[in-house]
Ligand binder design. Structure first.
Ligand SMILES: [Zn+2]
Length: 154
């Protein structure tokens, strides 16, 4: 009997261990960013049509679908737009201390940058909180040159 797609989808419960996959980010935007990070700077790309600033910069604007390549520098501080408190690591092992993983809109950018916020309790975290990057002592040109973000008192 031939297999036919039914009108309904089926959900399968299960674990998908993404930590066993290897990822490689490609493209000039990531290279632009990691080169700048060697000097503890953050660079993205701006769209000439709508003005959106992306970090890391894609090769085209996701709103206008035009090629973009205007390099702009943004701040290493920004605003927490969303966050989650991770109680377990990617394999499901409990963490000794919860990790606050945040989506951060860096000042001057419109896209969101992922980073850990360290130095506060999960109950103290909030959307709208101002944070600043804490850089590695000797940056090597890697996304991990920003070790974490700390809360900024302004
Ligand atoms: Zn655009």
């Amino acid at each position: 009997m031939a297999f036919e797609m039914g009108p309904e989808t089926r959900q399968v419960q299960g674990m998908w261990d993404i930590s066993t996959y290897r990822y490689r980010m490609e493209g000039g935007g990531v290279r632009l960013l990691t080169e700048a990070m060697k000097e503890k700077r953050i660079k993205g790309v701006r769209c000439n049509e709508c003005g959106m600033v992306y970090v890391p910069g894609p090769t085209y604007c996701r709103k206008c679908f035009v090629d973009i390549d205007e390099v702009v520098e943004v701040e290493d501080r920004g605003t927490v737009m969303s966050y989650c408190v991770e109680l377990a690591d990617v394999r499901g092992n409990p963490r000794e201390t919860p990790l606050i993983s945040a989506m951060i809109e860096l000042d001057g950018a419109d896209s969101w940058f992922v980073g850990a916020v360290v130095g506060i309790e999960p109950e103290e975290a909030s959307v709208g909180m101002r944070v600043k990057a804490v850089w590695a002592e000797n940056p090597v040109g890697s996304l991990s040159d920003i070790e974490y973000f700390e809360v900024l008192e302004e």
